[in-house]
Design a protein around this ligand. Structure first.
Ligand code: IPM
Ligand code: MN
Length: 350
């Protein structure tokens, strides 16, 4: 019996989580696993009403769950940074979800903005460090608001944090078993301390994985190759900030935010899965947002629980529905509503 926490959150989050849960139920019936849901009304609305974002007591409850399914965080009436830091980053840090796993996969029938590139060319995974780097939150102001103002934001890289991320990436590349190639994306020519550490750890740990081919690219070149030759990538490992940036580029080459999913993974603990598109206030409550990103996040959640068959059958259903039914994958262009897309996928699984 799995205990799954749901945090529908803000904007279109509740709509896509609702569809994800329909699909979860269909998969459970078909594959015979059992689960209970614990719903948390965290997000912008609760913050505006009570001032609470992610109370410590909720963190303790989340630690008792097998997994977390998150919709979206971000509210137009809340100043940027408050909910992001208070909820998303707090959960990532407090639950030690030190990996952000982001598959970049172009499904058949999905429009790709890259000329002459198809599903055979775009299928790689980004392993983003998720607890340190520029996200650590160390920094400050000096003489704030004056012409001499100084602002700092430190990039924190610990040997332990870098090593566990890189080790996970090598293991993941081996398990994925595709091209067995791991690329370190960094900036060793400028970040000559921080990324020197990444470079050394990458090569030291890599010695233990003689079956995995090691590659390196600077982050700017990585962006270039993602557009020009995405077929060169198998698994990319990178720091928090660079991972944030290159995975939005990745989301675009796989067809857009309507299908991009990610996981905040603690391999030894509780992980949290989410569509990466954000709360999309413009589309909220219109029943037009694409729930596929959330449904693919759910497949990642099930894989993490070890329900590989259920995950695979949902992915097959998604591929079939995207390829044969939907007119497009962006909000409002699918030819179906949010709930109809959920229904199509449920029917396909059954
Ligand atoms: C993401 C988001 C977050 C991040 C924001 C909302 C804090 O952009 O998950 O990629 O920067 O990590
Ligand atoms: Mn991002």
């Amino acid at each position: 019996m799995y205990k799954i926490a749901t945090i529908p959150g803000d904007g279109t989050g509740p709509e896509v989580v609702r569809e994800g849960l329909k699909v979860l139920e269909a998969a459970a019936q078909k594959h015979g696993f059992k689960y209970e849901l614990v719903d948390y009304d965290l997000g912008g609305e609760r913050y505006l009403k009570t001032g609470e974002i992610l109370p410590d007591s909720v963190v303790e409850e989340l630690k008792q769950c097998n997994s977390i399914f998150l919709g979206a965080i971000g509210h137009p009436d809340v100043q940027p940074g408050i909910l992001e830091k208070g909820l998303l980053l707090k959960a990532r840090f407090a639950l030690q979800q030190y990996i952000n796993l982001r598959p970049v996969k172009l499904y058949p029938g999905v429009d790709c903005p890259l000329k002459d590139k198809g599903p055979d060319d775009i299928d790689f995974v980004v392993v983003r460090e998720n607890n340190e780097g520029l996200y650590a939150g160390i920094g400050g102001f000096l003489k704030k608001g004056t012409p001499e103002e100084v602002a700092t934001q430190e990039m924190i890289n610990t040997r332990q944090g870098v090593e566990r991320c890189i080790r996970y990436a090598f293991e993941y590349t081996r398990k994925r078993g595709k091209r067995k190639q791991l690329l370190l994306c960094a900036k060793t020519n400028v970040l000559t301390y921080a990324h020197d550490l990444w470079w050394r750890v990458f090569n030291e740990v890599g010695e233990e994985y003689s079956d995995i081919k090691r590659e390196y690219a600077h982050v700017d070149a990585t962006c270039m190759w993602m557009v020009k030759n995405p077929e060169w990538f198998d698994v990319i490992v990178t720091c928090n900030m660079f991972g944030d940036i290159i995975t939005d580029l990745g989301a675009m080459i796989q067809g857009g935010m309507g299908i991009a999913a990610g996981g905040n993974v603690n391999p030894e603990g509780v992980s949290m899965f989410e569509p990466i598109g954000g709360s999309a206030p413009k589309y909220t409550d219109k029943n037009v947002i694409n729930p596929v990103a959330a449904i693919l996040a759910l497949t990642m959640l099930l894989e993490q629980l070890g329900e590989d068959k259920a995950a695979a059958s949902i992915e097959r259903a998604v591929i079939d529905v995207i390829g044969n039914k939907l007119k497009g994958v962006n909000a409002g262009q699918m030819g179906y509503s949010t709930s109809e897309v959920g229904d199509l996928i449920v029917a396909n699984i059954a």
